[in-house]
Design a protein around this ligand. Structure first.
Ligand SMILES: Cc1ncc(COP(=O)(O)O)c(C=O)c1O
Length: 409
């Protein structure tokens, strides 16, 4: 064993078991590899990151500048400034038909933090958390950190990657604590309709000890005629639904790090208690920017969503022309998620592609297009391609993919 490998082994023995057990985020890992290749001078097209390619709207930036000038430099309340919690309560009323008071809202450092908080607050060791797959990479790792057990239910490709109420019913056990899902979904772009969510709600109504963690971070990037539906608006479930959302995707504010939970007071109090010991209130300037986002005009978000829809049409159209790719039509978010399993077992003469990790790595190293393997999302036949990039880059990336796979026999 090399000296470096030996040192790494010693260091990992020193790390806590919970960290050794944790997977590295596959999206961040791919993005890092793409950056390294770009630094070596390769013309990498990076489609691995889950990030809008737009700038934060000007009026939101102005609010942040004003917050600096107005002296919001100190610690903020643990659960967030009152005006932001009020803006979020108003937004939930206006957009989601969810009636919570500001005291039911806790502001956190991104929706990722909000989700992790809720899982820490509700899950005891051995509790089961049902996750609708394909799922966002961090869900199962958050459950692992809380010593819970992830129970994955697969949404079938034929059902647009969505889980049915009957599948959910079959997966619930006396140990089920939480059911969690995202709609619109990362990585598939699937959107659960009101009808589908009401069917799921009908199952959950019968299980009074089960909580529902609804991740609505892509709410404003929804291409359906019906629009977004929040399961938290169903009165019979209201007290058991924790709605998580934030500003990252809809307002192009990934770096500002603002997310929130909206939940029954005892759950919000638990989240506040945890946050009070671990992070305190989140960044004061970003909170003022988020207040301006939720209280401000929605036109910039609507325009961005139109651009994502146009690019969705462009990319899906091109991907459908690649032999062997099976492609669903995403109804929201900004990803394509083709099934590439047709190429498993094929080779370019040097490398054999055995799974989606091989496929994604091979693409990066051969055509300099970074994507993310579906394995980390619980969908090992697929790869995720972000469509949050300029049209020319998307067209060139898909052409490079098409040319690359043509060499696989
Ligand atoms: C489904 C889903 N939930 C939550 C998040 C986290 O959002 P934030 O940047 O607000 O932490 C992401 C980010 O990629 C996501 O895709």
């Amino acid at each position: 064993m090399s000296a470096v490998a030996e040192q790494t082994q010693v260091e990992s023995r020193l790390l806590a078991d919970r960290i050794n057990a944790l997977e590295e985020s596959s999206t961040l890992a791919m993005t890092k590899m793409a950056r390294e290749l770009a630094a070596k001078g390769h013309r990498v097209i990076s489609l691995s990151v889950g990030e809008p390619d737009f700038k934060t709207p000007a009026q939101i930036c102005e609010a942040a500048k004003k917050a600096i000038d107005d002296g919001f430099h100190g610690y903020s309340p643990v659960a967030g400034y009152p005006d932001l919690r009020k803006a979020i309560a108003d937004k939930l009323q206006r957009d989601n038909n969810i009636d919570w008071k500001p005291e039911n809202i806790v502001v956190s450092t991104g929706a990722k933090h909000s989700l992790a908080n809720v899982i820490q607050v509700l899950v005891n060791p051995g509790d089961e958390v049902i996750i609708f797959a394909p799922y966002w990479v961090s869900y199962s790792e958050m459950v692992k950190l809380a010593e819970g057990k992830s129970v994955i239910i697969d949404g079938a490709f034929e059902n647009d990657f969505k889980v049915t109420a009957a599948q959910l019913e079959a997966a619930i056990t006396p140990r089920t604590k939480i059911v969690m899902y995202a709609s619109p979904n990362n990585p598939t772009g699937a959107v659960y309709s009101e009808k589908e969510l009401r069917e799921i709600a009908a199952v959950l109504e019968k299980h009074e000890d089960v909580y529902i963690l609804a991740d609505e971070i892509y709410e404003y990037i929804n291409f359906t005629d019906e629009g977004h539906f929040s399961i938290g608006s169903i009165p019979a479930l209201k007290d058991r639904v924790i709605t998580v959302n934030g500003v990252a995707k809809g307002f192009a504010m990934t770096g500002w790090r603002i997310g929130f939970t909206a939940a029954a007071k005892w759950i919000s109090d638990g989240v506040e208690k945890l946050q009070g010991q671990v992070t305190s209130g989140t960044n004061s300037i970003a909170q003022k920017a988020a207040t301006a986002a939720f209280n401000g005009p929605m036109e910039p978000s609507i325009e961005m969503a139109k651009a994502y829809q146009r690019r969705r049409d462009l990319v899906i159209g091109l991907l459908k022309e690649i032999p062997g790719f099976k492609v669903n039509v995403p109804q929201g978010a900004f990803y394509a998620f083709p099934d590439v399993s047709y190429y498993f077992g094929k080779s370019d003469g040097t490398t054999v592609i055995s799974n989606s990790d091989d496929f994604s790595n091979w693409l990066l190293n051969n055509s300099y297009v970074s994507t993310v393997a579906g394995s980390g999302f619980g969908a090992p036949n697929c790869i995720r391609i972000s469509t949050a990039a300029a049209d020319e880059a998307l067209v060139e990336a898909v052409q490079r993919i098409k040319d690359a796979v043509a060499t696989l026999k």
